[in-house]
Write a protein that binds this ligand. Structure first.
Ligand SMILES: Cc1cc2nc3c(=O)[nH]c(=O)nc-3n(C[C@H](O)[C@H](O)[C@H](O)COP(=O)(O)OP(=O)(O)OC[C@H]3O[C@@H](n4cnc5c(N)ncnc54)[C@H](O)[C@@H]3O)c2cc1C
Length: 426
């Protein structure tokens, strides 16, 4: 190949892994990243009053995750299982949490018998209609929306069946000290392999013809023989006038349609560090010693501690339709504290008295993410096939949304999709 130039758009783990491997294979790689940092949806936060790192984005290692674990090992980062007891607020009491879905055997039976895919909402209507199943329908929808960030009207029932069989977040370990260490390792490898990384370089227009790409943005125009786009699905779905949107010239209607056929869920994460773990005290109105996770029917319904790390940090999680991209950080902090006050039987003023550091991360409002992670829709396989097919041997795509295995919506998914595209570009 005479011209080995390649532009990689996006410096999340998918972009960095591909850039590193392709530079090592002899390509001249330039990475263009919109943010002032690398890592994308891995966003380990230090400072801001926190006594140690907290995760604004990815936090857990889901499933076997061989690529993720290999990189963490190489970076010398151990991981710890989560610890603690899981609580649920029921009848004004904090009790040991029950299963999210109380009638799991009946649900499993219906799921196992399913031969053809259909949206989750249709599945529930067909197999669990009627007033007597209203609670089961509510529980299943709530779980799909809150954990998978899925819209039940579009989510693939077969994909959820496979994922639910594999277990939930509370079984998953965390990298000690944060996921950013994996990103830093990839960045070091990229630099050692000769990759040029431009931060603060958002691309708003991709002009292309077979064998030539020109990426334009406020940081200038960059040209190469090929480009690999690793921007999140939310960015590919964004209408041209939206903040962060990408325009292709000439247009790629097939790509737009494929992106629209996939589902991007959104989430708000609220990180709170207190002066002490007041919830563990025997004098607390509703003591929750060794709190791991707590679930409650409040505006911000899911919370977890950092156990086995004893820091008095609680993380709030609001996924699905309740995670309003338009809500301000102050509104969301208020919502978080009101929810926690309701869970622990304290006043908001008491909670504010204990609060030492806080950070609200609203992924739906982030122009370079426009959501948190993808969920599998009915028909997603065909859409992913379109996105995974290079355009005129010139435009290539990778990233979490393109992954087709059972670890969807994860760091592993992003790494795997990048590893899959590398041979096409070598
Ligand atoms: C709140 C949250 C919690 C999560 N929890 C977990 C978890 O516990 N475990 C897990 O495994 N995964 C988790 N994930 C998912 C995981 O973080 C992602 O799947 C993974 O990091 C995606 O990597 P990526 O490289 O595909 O995309 P990204 O990390 O999003 O990288 C894409 C990059 O493209 C850049 N970009 C966007 N638009 C442009 C543009 N126009 N020009 C230039 N650059 C652009 C972005 O700034 C970004 O850096 C979570 C995600 C979120 C948001």
């Amino acid at each position: 190949m005479s011209d080995s130039s390649l532009l990689v758009i996006g410096a999340g783990v998918a972009g960095l892994l591909a850039a590193r491997d392709l530079a090592r294979a002899g390509r001249r790689v330039t990475v263009l990243e919109a943010r002032d940092r690398v890592g994308g949806r891995i966003h380990t936060i230090t400072g801001d009053g926190f006594t140690a790192a907290v995760e604004g984005g990815a936090e857990f290692i889901h499933g076997a995750a061989p690529l993720t674990k290999a990189l963490l090992r190489e970076a010398g980062v151990p991981w710890h299982d989560t610890a603690g007891r899981n609580y649920q607020l029921r009848d004004g009491q904090l009790r040991e949490a029950e299963d999210f879905i109380s009638d799991m055997p009946r649900l499993q039976q219906a799921l196992q018998g399913l031969e053809h895919d259909l949206p989750l909402a249709d599945f529930l209507d067909r197999y669990f209609g009627g007033a007597n199943n209203a609670e089961l329908r509510r529980q299943v929808r709530q779980f799909a929306e809150g954990y998978d960030l899925a819209d039940p009207r579009r989510a693939s029932t077969l994909a959820l069946r496979a994922e639910w069989a594999a277990g939930g977040a509370e079984d998953s370990p965390r990298p000690v000290g944060g996921y950013a260490q994996l990103v830093e390792l990839l960045l070091r490898h990229c630099r050692a392999a000769g990759v040029t990384v431009h931060l603060n370089a958002p691309v708003h227009t991709v002009r292309w013809q077979a064998g030539h790409v020109r990426c334009e943005g406020p940081a200038g125009a960059f040209e190469a023989r090929q480009a690999l786009l690793t921007v999140p699905l939310g960015v590919l779905q964004a209408p041209p006038e939206a903040p962060g949107a990408l325009r292709f010239k000439p247009k790629l209607p097939g790509l737009r349609a494929a992106a629209a056929a996939l589902g991007m869920g959104t989430v708000v994460k609220v990180l709170l560090e207190f002066d002490e773990a007041f919830w563990a005290s025997a004098e607390a109105p509703r003591p929750a010693p060794e709190l791991g996770f707590v679930f409650a029917d409040v505006a911000m319904p899911t919370w977890w501690s950092q156990l086995p790390d004893p820091r008095p940090v609680l993380t709030g999680w609001l996924g699905g339709p309740g995670a309003d991209p338009a809500a301000s950080a102050e509104q969301l902090l208020e919502q978080a504290l009101t929810s926690l006050a309701g869970i622990f039987g304290l006043s908001e003023a008491q909670l504010r008295g204990h609060l030492r550091a806080h950070r609200v991360v609203n992924w739906g409002a982030d122009p370079w993410a426009r959501g948190a992670y993808t969920y599998t829709t009915v028909g997603a396989a065909a859409a992913r096939q379109v996105l995974s097919t290079p355009v005129a041997d010139t435009l290539f795509f990778a990233g979490e949304a393109l992954y087709t295995g059972e670890a969807g919506g994860t760091v592993e998914a992003a790494l795997s999709s990048a590893a899959a595209v590398v041979p096409l570009l070598q």
